[in-house]
Design a protein around this ligand. Structure first.
Ligand code: GTP
Ligand code: MG
Length: 310
């Protein structure tokens, strides 16, 4: 897709977040000067838009220190905010191609709580990587539900890549081990491993994920090369708790944030970037195969603030 094509789709994906923010900021700064009271109001709006208390405070201070002209209108304010948000996002924004380099088998474990979009994101990533000329293999290590195995098989067929799957309730770590060996034998560039988001309880879930990683390392001590945590933007600040839980357990190397189309909560990405500094590789803006967008700092910031994505 052309650059302008995906930018406009990112913008439409973020339209709920951005139109609310733009409208709310417009409401504050129409005819009022920039003073402590308007900055307080702005900080509240940013918090409500899921930018988080710390990040909202930081943006407020940033705006205050810039000594904005008292004649500044909502557009000027959004411009200044977009630049400040870009500064927060730029250090974490990474291209998807980083996930597949250097050459050689790259093993990517995809983790996250149930329903965040792990399996769908794996399908979208597989499509991207395949387009890029990579040989992709998928591993159905979410063996908890039969439907989960079927779902990833369907993605494999759609994209045209092999799926290593076993029976429901099979040992997910054994499945991952098997997939690793097949990937090594089969000239595969990228092995994407789906994991369960839903088990009997959280302790089981975490133990299973740890075991998968341990077993993968038996085949290749350098693997997994990436452990991506998939977060659902509609959960808002709860995403922070999810990062903390998973980060403590497995070495989360990056994030993908999904469902930016379905909510007014795109701001959560800014607070995640500010707080954790974890790389963000892509964002999900829909259920379709093409609905994974590269994450670019300025484009995202401008879209979030309802400005021309530049
Ligand atoms: N609107 C929207 N829906 C999405 C996006 N990503 C995933 N979904 C939908 O969210 C639902 C859950 O997605 P899955 O990929 O099954 O999520 P999962 O994390 O694998 O779920 P479990 O395997 O149950 O843990 C599905 O209906 C997806 O189509 C997105 O970016 N936008
Ligand atoms: Mg799944």
């Amino acid at each position: 897709m052309s650059k302008s094509g995906w930018l406009s789709r990112l913008r439409s994906g973020l339209s709920r977040s951005s139109s609310r923010l733009a409208e709310d900021i417009g409401g504050i700064f129409s005819g009022r000067k920039v003073d402590a009271a308007t900055l307080d109001d702005l900080e509240d709006i940013l918090i409500m838009a899921d930018l988080g208390v710390a990040t909202a405070g930081r943006l407020r201070n940033d705006l205050e220190s810039k000594r904005i002209d008292s004649a500044a209108d909502s557009n000027d304010i959004r411009r200044v905010l977009a630049d400040a948000v870009t500064e927060i996002l730029a250090p974490v924004a990474r291209p998807l191609t980083d996930l597949t380099s250097p050459a050689g088998l790259r093993v990517i474990v995809v983790a996250g709580v149930n329903g965040t979009g792990k399996t769908t994101t794996i399908g979208k990533l597989a499509a991207r990587f395949t387009e890029d000329g990579q040989n992709v293999m998928l591993a159905a290590a979410d063996t908890f539900r039969a439907a989960a195995i079927d779902q990833i098989k369907i993605w494999g067929e759609r994209v045209g890549v092999p799926v290593i799957a076993g029976a429901q309730d099979g040992d997910p770590a054994a499945l991952a081990f098997d997939a690793m060996q097949q990937a090594q034998a089969g000239n595969i560039d990228v092995l994407l491993i789906d994991t369960a988001g839903r088990l009997h309880n959280k302790t089981d879930l975490m133990a299973e994920l740890e075991k998968i990683v341990r077993v993968i390392r038996k085949v290749d001590p350098a693997a997994p090369h990436e452990t991506l945590l998939v977060l659902d933007a509609t959960t808002g600040q709860n995403a922070h708790a999810q990062v903390e839980t998973f980060r403590d357990l497995v070495d989360v190397s990056g994030l993908i944030v999904t469902k930016l189309d379905g909510s007014a909560r795109g701001g959560v990405i800014v607070s995640l970037a500010d707080r954790f500094g974890l790389p963000i590789y892509a964002v999900g803006v829909g259920e379709g195969i093409d609905d994974l967008r590269p994450f670019e700092a300025a484009a995202f910031a401008n879209s979030l603030l309802g400005l021309e994505a530049g």
